[in-house]
Design a binder for this molecule. Sequence first.
Ligand code: DO4
Ligand code: MG
Length: 267
Amino acid sequence: MNDQTVLDLTSAGVQRLSVLLERSNLSDELVRLSGSGLPQHSIDNVRLLTPVEAQEVWAAGVTYLRSKEARIIESEFSANAYDRVYEAVRPEIFFKSIPEKVVSPLDSVGIRKDAGWNVPEPELALVMNSSGTLVGFTIGNDMSSRDIEGENLLYLPQAKIYTGSCAVGPWIAVGATEEDARQWAIYLEIRRDGKIVFSGETAVNRIRRRFDELVEYLFRSQKFPNGAVLLTGAGIVPDDSFTLAAGDTVRITISGIGTLENSVAVV
Ligand code: DO4
Ligand code: MG
């Protein structure tokens, strides 16, 4: 597909995305399929679901200086840990979501009812096949409760993993290399009652670690038979006075990919 047209690959016998991701020449294969007269649909006439079909979603943390600084401010208690992991050889990588729980474009992401300080984390997402080969890029929202995370680092799973805490989409962009992706910009816009209440921007190239390093750690001593998705960390953090509210709209745009938009609901 391009960003206006969706091709029905099931007519070519492709039933599962994870099978497609295993193809060694995926870009060529998609070019071939797009010229083979498959049924097409305008993007306005389909509902896009998340491209995470059977992959676990994991996330890297504290990969941007901005992320390290924000977390040190939110947590005196855990400041030393964030400072150390930013420079450490081993990156912070944590489990984020099973595929069934990933939120699709235009559906609602969640803010916890027991949290008072909630933010989206707009992140470039790497898509790997079962061999750990990087096959494409998409957009992830690593929704986080900053007050729960800041209270104690051991509460990280509760701050990061709950209903609606992970959105991925709108599709997987294939054919770009890490060097291409490092030229991309990431934008975050949050609207409330139609007005922009926060906007920010960062550059993918501010990610401190190489993608192959992050992927190597993720696949170290661990198998992903259906491949995996890895969010690469947040470089845009709203001011400390900002928290999301039910009904907000979160739009994350990455220049080489597209836009992931979700509304916000209390869960
Ligand atoms: O350890 C905290 C989480 C870090 C994170 O999610 C990020 O930097 O994006
Ligand atoms: Mg994050």
